[in-house]
Design a protein around this ligand. Structure first.
Ligand code: FES
Ligand SMILES: [Fe+2]
Length: 336
C-alpha cells in the first residue's frame, strides 16, 4: 500500500492467522495467499501444522498443487524431492547419490486456541514472543461462529478501532456516551478495560445493560473482546476473537469468531448467538465503509475525547522497524 492513502507499511511484524485449526486436516496440503504471496500449509501425520514458501528449490514446482505428505515431510509432485516439515531441509531426492543441501523457506508456525498463526518479520528474524491460549471465561459458552470480510484497508487502521472510543456513540450508537478506557500494555500484549453501557435497542429490546468490556490484543492482530453483564438476573456473556491478516499491499482478511455464554434456557442460545453476530457484523460493516475509503493519518489532529490514541500508537511501533517508521514519516510529510 504505502500509497497516497497510507504512509505505513501494510506488513507489520508479528503472528498472523492463516487458517483455522479445523481447516487443515492431518496429511492435508492447502495453499493460502497472504503477504502478497502463496503460502503452502500442511499438517503432518503427527498433527503438526507447517507453513512453507510454495516453490520447490529444484525446478520450481508449486507444492500446493500436488504436494503430498509422507510422515513428517512434504514431497514435491514433480521429481519427488522431499522436505522435512520442521526445518524445511531437503531429506530425499530420488536416485540422487547425495541429498541436495537445499531448503524450503519455512515460516514459524504456532497453533493456539484453534488458530494457525505464522510469524512475519520483514528481515526474517525468529519470533520474539508467542501468543498464549485465549483466556478461559466463567460458565459454558457456545461454539464459535465466523464472519469474514476481505477489504481494502491496512492492518493498522483496522486494529485502531479498539482504542477509537470516540466513534462508538458518533457512528455505531451501541453506547450513547464515549466509554472511558484504561489502557495497559505488557510487551507485545495490550489490554483495554472499560465499562460499557450497551443499548439494547441494537438487539430489538428496550433499555440498556452495563458491564465490563475487556479487549486484549497480542501483537496487532490476535484480538479478544469479552463483555459480561446481567439481564433480568441472568448472566450475559458475549465474546469475539478477531484476526486481521494482510492479503497483499491493498487488502486484508478480517475474520471474527463470535461466541456467547450459554443461558439457562438452552433453546435460546442459538438465538442469542445469532443476534450477537448480527449486531457485531452491523458495527463492522459501518467500520468497513470508513476503512475502505479513509487515509491513514500518521499525524492526526486529536482532541481530549479521543482516548489514549497516542499511547496505543506508541505501543504499536514495536511491530514496525525503525527504518519503516522513518520512511512513513517522510511519506506522511508528502501526503499531508
Ligand atoms: S521441482 Fe520439485 S522435485 Fe523437481
Ligand atoms: Fe468500530
Amino acid at each position: 500500500m504505502e500509497s497516497a492513502r497510507t504512509p505505513i507499511t501494510p506488513y507489520p511484524r508479528g503472528w498472523f492467522l492463516v487458517a483455522r485449526s479445523g481447516e487443515l486436516r492431518p496429511k492435508q496440503v492447502k495453499t493460502v495467499h497472504y503477504f502478497g504471496q502463496d503460502i503452502v500449509l500442511y499438517r503432518t501425520a503427527d498433527g503438526t501444522a507447517h507453513a512453507v514458501d510454495p516453490f520447490c528449490p529444484h525446478l520450481g514446482a508449486h507444492l500446493g498443487h500436488g504436494g503430498k505428505i509422507e510422515n513428517d515431510a512434504i514431497r514435491c509432485p514433480f521429481h519427488g524431492w522431499t522436505y522435512d516439515g520442521a526445518s524445511g531441509a531437503c531429506v530425499h531426492a530420488p536416485e540422487a547419490s547425495k541429498t541436495p543441501r537445499v531448503s524450503l523457506r519455512h515460516w514459524h508456525v504456532q497453533e493456539v486456541s484453534g488458530m494457525i498463526l505464522v510469524w512475519y518479520h520483514e528481515q526474517g528474524e525468529a519470533p520474539a514472543w508467542r501468543v498464549p491460549e485465549m483466556p478461559e471465561e466463567e460458565g459454558r459458552w457456545t461454539g464459535w461462529m465466523e464472519s469474514r470480510w476481505r477489504l481494502r484497508a491496512c492492518v493498522q487502521d483496522v486494529v485502531e478501532n479498539d482504542i477509537d472510543v470516540a466513534h462508538i456513540p458518533a457512528m455505531h450508537g451501541f453506547s450513547k456516551k464515549i466509554p472511558r478506557v484504561d489502557f495497559t500494555t505488557d510487551g507485545p500484549m495490550m489490554r483495554i478495560d472499560s465499562t460499557l453501557r450497551l443499548e439494547l435497542e441494537q438487539f430489538g429490546l428496550w433499555g440498556a445493560i452495563e458491564g465490563p468490556l475487556i479487549t486484549r490484543k497480542w501483537g496487532l492482530t490476535v484480538g479478544y473482546i469479552v463483555f459480561t453483564s446481567t439481564l433480568l438476573g441472568f448472566p450475559i456473556g458475549l465474546r469475539t476473537l478477531g484476526n486481521t491478516t494482510p492479503i497483499d499491499e491493498e487488502t486484508v482478511d478480517l475474520r471474527l469468531w463470535y461466541s456467547v455464554r450459554r443461558s439457562p434456557i438452552r433453546l435460546l442460545d442459538p438465538l442469542i448467538a445469532r443476534q450477537y453476530r448480527r449486531f457485531f457484523d452491523h458495527t463492522v460493516n459501518q467500520d468497513v465503509k470508513i476503512w475502505e475509503n479513509k487515509m491513514y493519518r500518521l499525524y492526526p489532529a486529536l482532541s481530549d475525547a479521543d482516548g489514549p490514541f497516542v499511547a496505543y500508537r506508541r505501543w504499536a511501533t514495536q511491530f514496525y522497524s525503525e527504518d519503516e517508521m522513518q520512511r512513513a514519516r517522510a511519506r506522511a510529510r508528502v501526503i499531508g
